[in-house]
Structure formats: structure tokens, C-alpha cells
Write a protein that binds this ligand. Structure first.
Ligand code: CP
Length: 314
């Protein structure tokens, strides 16, 4: 991450940079196993969590990560801030910078909003999810969880299932997993897939397989990642009915028989159990959903540490 000010997506990360984040997260995880989970690496730095959309996992794990590194942490949501009085996004972030923010962790419903902000401030900007576009820290914790489980990413068959079209998680994961040499398959109903035949290049993503037949997609999969239907971003009429979607695309124990025997099941959360994933699968031995959440703290610690120059490796 030499010279990097911001983390906006993984499309501009090299494989070596991703490996550096994952390696640093290993060290951060060791800190989190200590009786006192705190080191002084970011003492005197201020991290602002600026969330214009709801979040549980991302916001809380960034707060825990910053506190474990001894940073001062401020949490702001749109409601209750001067955004409600009409202040622009850029003015809000410039104000936070004037108040001492070194890092702004930002979630926004508009794709591209963190890019606009990053151009206007000297503070580091971390994209915690922008519209349909990107969620790079989720992808990094997903990569970390898969690497933890298999010891590698290269050569694995990673099947991402569900509402791909509206998923910022899917997009960032396509960049991350392909950059580290995994074979990625995107699977969902035609109306919820990128509008392409067979591959995604031209849609701004690296080429990956695209498929509407879940049974075929799951054959030999090492990793199955279920995604929520992003109803807050969907137009009406994209699905004939929820019942049909469940019948064709829910991840069930029966369908998982087609995967490799060692396959793991992931989900970025929040889950709609009984829709995209059967409750027994979500709680099964194959599920690493809670490990994903736990790993989010170490991965976000690594990013804060590397971005603020606390590391010699920046
Ligand atoms: N995966 C994810 O971004 O979850 P939250 O919306 O709870 O942060």
C-alpha cells in the first residue's frame, strides 16, 4: 500500500497489496487474542465513521478496530448531523477534517460518493459501501476468511449467488478473488445479473463466468457466497415472485451436495434466512458467516494501520 491515501475499491489493488493487508490482519488478529486488546499504534489519530446508510457489522467493526489501535473514534450518521440542514457531503467531510479527522470511513447510498470526497480532502477515505458500486473492506475480510480456511485463494471455485446486479459486495469480491487467482462464477436470475452473455467484461469487471442455473454453478464449488436481495435498490418487477426465487436460488443442504465436500458457505450479512439461504445451512458446520464478522475487525485494523502510516510498510 505504498503511497496509498484511500481505499475506494479493490480494482486498483495489486495482488501484492491485497496480500500485505491479509498478512497485516494476521498480526492484528494476534493482538485481538490478548487479554488487553489494545496497542498504541494510532494514538493521537482520529477516525470518523460517517454512515449515511444503515450498518451493523461494518460500522461496529471499524469502531472496534480503531479503538484497538488506540485511535479516537467519532461516529456520525446523516440523521442528527448538519446534513439534515442541507450541508453538502463535501462540506461535511471538510468540516470533519478541520476538526482533526485523519481517516474518514464512509458509507453512502450514491455510487462514487467516496471518490468525490477523497479528491477534496487530505484525510484518508475508506469506502464502507457506496450504492451498488463497491464494498472493498467486505471483500478483503471475505478473502481473509477464505485464505484462513483453505490456506490459499488461487485455483478455488468461488460461486456468488443471488442479487449480483445490485451488490457492491459482489463487485468488490470479483476484483479481489480474480486478482488472487480464484475462478469466480456469478449466479442468479437473469434480471439480477450484469447484462451480459457469458462473461462480465465490458461491464467494468474482469471476465468471470455468469450463469442462471444454480445446480450447474454449484458443481465442484469450494466457496458458495449467498447474497441478500437488495430490495432497497431494486426496481419493482425484477422477480416474478419471492416464492419462485426461493425455489430456484435458495442455498439449501440438498443443493450443497453438488459442491466439493469441503466447501464453505459465506454471506456478507445481513441475512434474510429462509430467502437466499436456508436457516439450517446458515448455522451448519459449513457456514463461516460468523468468522467473516469476527475477521472484519482484524482486517479493518490492518487497513487503518497501513493507511495512517503507522506501519513502515505503507
Ligand atoms: N456486510 C455489511 O456491510 O453489513 P452491514 O450493513 O451490517 O455493515
Amino acid at each position: 500500500m505504498v503511497g496509498r491515501k484511500d481505499v475506494l475499491d479493490l480494482n486498483d489493488f495489486t495482488a501484492a497489496e491485497i496480500e500485505q493487508v491479509l498478512r497485516t490482519a494476521d498480526a492484528m488478529r494476534e493482538i485481538l487474542t490478548r487479554p488487553i486488546k489494545r496497542v498504541p499504534a494510532l494514538r493521537g489519530k482520529t477516525v470518523v465513521n460517517l454512515f449515511f446508510e444503515p450498518s451493523t457489522r461494518t460500522r461496529v467493526s471499524f469502531e472496534l478496530a480503531a479503538k484497538a489501535l488506540s485511535a479516537d473514534v467519532v461516529n456520525i450518521s446523516a440523521s442528527g448531523s448538519s446534513v439534515e440542514k442541507g450541508e453538502s457531503l463535501v462540506d461535511t467531510v471538510r468540516t470533519l477534517q478541520a476538526l482533526g479527522a485523519d481517516v474518514v470511513v464512509m458509507r453512502h447510498s450514491q455510487s462514487g460518493a467516496p471518490y468525490l470526497v477523497a479528491q477534496q480532502v487530505q484525510a484518508s477515505v475508506i469506502n464502507a459501501g457506496d450504492g451498488w458500486h463497491a464494498h472493498p473492506t467486505q471483500a478483503l475480510l471475505d478473502l481473509y476468511t477464505v485464505r484462513e480456511h483453505f490456506g490459499r485463494i488461487a485455483g478455488l471455485r468461488v460461486v456468488i449467488v443471488g442479487d449480483i446486479l445490485h451488490s457492491r459486495v459482489a463487485r468488490s469480491n470479483v476484483w479481489g478473488f480474480t486478482r488472487l487467482g480464484a475462478h469466480v462464477v456469478l449466479c442468479g436470475p437473469p434480471t439480477l445479473l450484469p447484462p451480459l452473455d457469458g462473461h462480465t467484461d465490458g461491464y467494468g469487471l474482469p471476465p468471470v463466468a455468469v450463469c442462471t442455473d444454480l445446480e450447474a454453478a454449484l458443481e465442484g464449488a469450494d466457496v458458495v457466497m449467498a447474497l441478500r436481495l437488495q430490495r432497497e435498490r431494486q426496481q419493482a418487477g425484477l422477480l416474478p415472485s419471492l416464492r419462485e426465487y426461493i425455489a430456484r436460488y435458495q442455498i439449501t443442504a440438498e443443493r450443497l451436495r453438488r459442491t466439493a465436500p469441503h466447501a464453505i458457505v459465506m454471506h456478507p450479512g445481513p441475512l434474510n434466512e429462509g430467502v437466499e439461504i436456508a436457516p439450517d445451512v446458515a448455522r451448519s458446520d459449513r457456514s463461516v458467516i460468523e468468522q467473516q464478522v469476527t475477521n472484519g475487525v482484524a482486517v479493518r485494523m490492518a487497513l487503518l494501520y497501513l493507511l495512517t502510516g503507522a506501519s513502515d510498510e505503507r
